[in-house]
Design a protein around this ligand. Structure first.
Ligand code: PMP
Length: 389
């Protein structure tokens, strides 16, 4: 039962007291008041199957009891800024997170968002290399602060303010790209940017393995190994933005980059790692991490006890409930169902959130506890909706 303000009342307050830049999804905005695992409930108690997961932020399910318990227990005991005192939550979560990463990627710096994580990653690359030039992909989204807006490459997310030192490479887009799925051909563009657009030395390269905001585009195979090679030769660092693709979501791997056989120098993450609470992280090697000791680097709430206790609980739930495996099994099953619909509805790009530069993509990023029954229901719902178009 919900006794709070109605959707109309909230809309009135929003229009008067909140930034006009805030937008919402769906023509008739929903007043969602409760969440339970893969379901959301509106003010009238109507249940919705959540196939968007708050833009891939819900990882192990809305209000997962074990995550909530960890957050509440820590909150009752102590919430604080990160600096000043020792706290076990941040240390425990860092250790657990590092165990999920390959190679020398063992040092964690926590932030409050994906933007902050990517800002920090870009700065680290610049400091470590002594270079300013960064290469990112066209159609990319990496955040909305000065550096990350520079690395973002879609005009609708870019304001007309200074965003210096970023070159945008040809997107290895297997769907619309000029070289189809030939990753190595697209990779040549990065080498050319290095050769003709920089001093020959660069700070680094940043990309997702699957562009999220960009429209769930999987980078062409062969692209990342070739680009990482060029970047390394030019003295740069390779940054993997795992804000959407990481944390078991792809099912086949824990991190998106793993499907490409590369090991980045820096990995950034946010969204799903907190299952809805604000936390992000940058993970790098001990050697690279040293650059931040040149000055004092400080983030009041990055890695605070409550968020790290929550994040750690998310990781435990992922493992305990084998959600990566579930994502693989149910994800493949859902994809098959949607592929069959594609046959029926000509020209309907597969794949619920709207996304991609052209707004032509259904972004389906459900919580990882989605079941086969949910998938069946979802496909049926899509079928009905598409039939009405
Ligand atoms: N990187 C990627 C890939 C993202 O999708 C987003 C958010 N959509 C960000 C970074 C920025 O994260 P945040 O909104 O938490 O700042």
């Amino acid at each position: 039962r919900y006794d709070g303000p109605s959707a109309a009342e909230i809309l009135r307050k929003r229009s008067e007291f909140l930034s006009p830049s805030m937008f919402y999804f769906y023509k008739k905005p929903l007043n969602i008041v409760d969440g339970k695992m893969q379901y959301l409930f509106d003010e009238d108690g109507r249940r919705y199957l959540d196939a968007f997961g708050g833009i891939a932020t819900i990882c192990c399910g809305h209000c997962h009891p074990e995550v909530i318990e960890a957050i509440i227990n820590q909150m009752k005991r102590l919430q604080h800024s990160t600096v000043l005192y020792l706290n076990h939550a941040i240390a425990d979560f860092a250790e657990a997170l590092a165990s999920k990463l390959p190679g020398d990627l063992k040092v964690v710096f926590f932030t409050n968002s994906g933007t902050e994580a990517n800002e920090l990653a870009l700065m680290i690359a610049r400091l470590y290399t002594g270079c300013h030039d960064i290469i990112s992909l066209r159609n990319a989204y990496h955040g909305n602060a000065a550096g990350t807006m520079g690395a973002t490459a879609q005009c609708n997310w870019k304001f007309n303010v200074i965003q210096s030192g970023v070159h945008h490479a040809l997107n290895p887009d297997q769907y619309r790209g000029i070289f189809g799925s030939d990753g190595e051909k697209y990779a040549k563009d990065v080498q050319e940017i290095i050769d003709f657009g920089t001093s020959g030395r660069v700070a680094g390269f940043i990309s997702e393995a699957i562009q999220g905001v960009g429209g769930i585009l999987e980078l062409a195979p062969g692209y990342l190994p070739s680009v990482y090679n060029s970047i390394k030769k030019a003295g740069g660092l390779c940054i993997a933005d795992e804000v959407q693709a990481g944390f078991a979501r792809t099912g086949s791997h824990f991190w998106g980059f793993e499907a490409h056989g590369v090991v980045p120098d820096i990995v950034t993450m946010a969204k799903g790692i907190g299952n809805g609470i604000p936390i992000g992280a940058v993970v790098t090697t001990p050697e690279i991490a040293q650059v931040l000791t040149r000055r004092s680097y400080f983030n009041t709430f990055g890695g605070n006890p409550v968020c790290t206790a929550g994040g750690h609980a998310v990781l435990k739930v992922l493992e305990k409930e084998k959600l990566q495996e579930n994502a693989l099994v149910v994800g493949s099953y859902l994809k098959d169902g949607l592929m069959a619909l594609k046959e029926k509805h000509e020209n309907m790009g597969v794949l619920v959130g709207k996304g991609g530069f052209y707004g032509n993509v259904f972004r389906i990023t459900p919580p990882l506890c989605f079941s086969k029954e949910d998938s069946d229901f979802f496909v049926d719902a899509m079928d009905i909706a598409l039939s009405k178009l």
